[in-house]
Design a protein around this ligand. Structure first.
Ligand SMILES: Cc1ncc(COP(=O)(O)O)c(C=O)c1O
Length: 395
């Protein structure tokens, strides 16, 4: 993996494609399949003997060439040996966690984790006898003090959902490794382009490919990325649970992936333009964007990431709810929605205070999350400016 021959942008354009296996067609066709037929008893028995048959075409649920093309491409760019496609980012997190956790195990979970993963831990996992302790995302090497004899998994998400704390990934991964725990990281914000969790020492990387990999707000997809050592165990549990990504969605995800670098460059640039503009406004109390100098996570971001996406947040000075509604309800371009990573800009109020137990959330004013889309940045600023005008008028 360390002597990869091509740069990421080149891999983005080619990894996983096998045109000569498909009449020279550039993109892998969408193979729909449940039943796979074997011509002879010998061929059938040959398939059953092959322990890795789940990466070959042997049964619809185990994937088709469309699935494998996506998995191969994303693994190549993220520097993983293998990837497994699942029907959503949430499924990727759940499948990875369930692979390594069982009753009486202990899970260390970042307090800044994506809300539905937190809910999974607090309900389903609790019911299965798996105990979760939430830790301060900024804990760094101090995580070692929280590891118990039965701690099995340490889960990271960097930057954190909604509040964008950048974690000391190598320090946490090293502590996990020396205690014999599995480390996992949700890498959806950075995408496989801007952070390589496995190279930072993490065992399992999780991608909500629904976001930037699909990139067009029209399909759900998740990926679990790993080294060969963990692959078979992950595959067995994930397929045992019945997760399989639909071939049409794998096709859309791979098509989106091919243009990830150019789209992200624009998302990033517009995001930074908006973030700087917002930081200069009197109505804005704080901008939370790790790529901005002055952000508390900036030094770690510079060390461990090679770029930024277009997702960040800002807090307003305290204001009446009706004034905030006047601002958000009247936006002309920004829309209110949660699933980010598409070409369209989003602006939504989020409530981290309802999802924190280890750290709390002290900011007084409302927190708004922005996804900078691909529209004209000047138009987006004008939309925000008019929104802040409505906010002021109604305050
Ligand atoms: C950081 C993060 N991880 C995981 C997910 C879940 O992805 P999906 O919507 O594909 O289930 C999301 C969705 O918003 C997310 O923001």
């Amino acid at each position: 993996m360390t002597d990869r021959p091509f740069k990421d942008e080149t891999l983005l354009g080619h990894a996983g494609n096998k045109p000569q296996a498909n009449f020279g067609i550039v993109n892998p066709p969408v193979y729909h399949a449940s039943t796979i037929l074997f011509p002879t008893v010998a061929a059938l028995e040959e398939m059953l003997k092959d322990k890795d048959r789940q990466s070959k075409v042997s049964y619809g649920r185990f994937g088709t060439p469309t699935t494998f093309a996506l998995e191969e491409a994303v693994a190549a760019v993220e520097g993983a040996d293998k990837a497994i496609a699942l029907p959503s980012g949430q499924a990727a997190a759940a499948g990875a966690l369930l692979t390594f956790l069982k009753a009486d195990d202990h899970l260390l979970m970042t307090d800044s984790v994506y809300g539905p993963v937190r809910a999974l831990c607090d309900t389903t996992f609790k019911g299965l006898g798996i105990e979760t302790t939430y830790y301060d995302p900024l804990i760094g090497a101090g995580i070692a003090a929280l590891i118990r004899p039965n701690t099995r998994v340490i889960y990271l998400e960097s930057p954190g959902s909604l509040t964008f704390e950048v974690q000391d990934v190598p320090a946490i991964a090293a502590a996990a490794r020396s205690a014999g725990c599995i480390s996992m990281m949700d890498n959806s914000w950075a995408t496989p382009l801007f952070c390589k969790p496995l190279a930072l020492g993490v065992d399992i990387s999780i991608q909500a490919a629904t976001k930037y990999i699909v990139g067009h707000a029209d399909a759900m997809m998740g990926l679990v990325l790993c080294r060969n050592t963990h692959y078979r165990q992950l595959k067995n549990v994930i397929h045992g649970l019945g997760y399989c990504a639909a071939p049409d969605d794998c096709y859309l995800a791979l098509r989106g992936f091919r243009t990830l670098a150019v789209r992200l460059a624009r998302h990033a640039e517009t995001g930074l333009t908006l973030a700087r503009w917002l930081a200069s406004r009197p109505e804005v109390a704080r901008v939370l964007h790790p790529a901005l100098p002055g952000d508390p996570g900036h030094a770690l971001w510079q060390r461990d990431f090679t770029g930024t996406c277009g997702l960040f947040a800002f807090t307003l000075a305290p204001c009446p709810p009706a004034a905030l509604a006047a601002m958000l309800d009247g936006m002309k371009i920004f829309a209110m929605g949660f699933s980010w990573g598409g070409y369209e800009s989003l602006l939504v109020k989020v409530n981290p205070e309802t999802m924190r137990s280890a750290t709390g959330w002290a900011e007084k004013g409302p927190l708004l999350r922005i996804h900078a889309g691909l529209e004209d940045p000047g138009d987006l600023i004008a939309d925000l400016e008019a929104g802040l005008g409505r906010l002021k008028a109604a305050s």
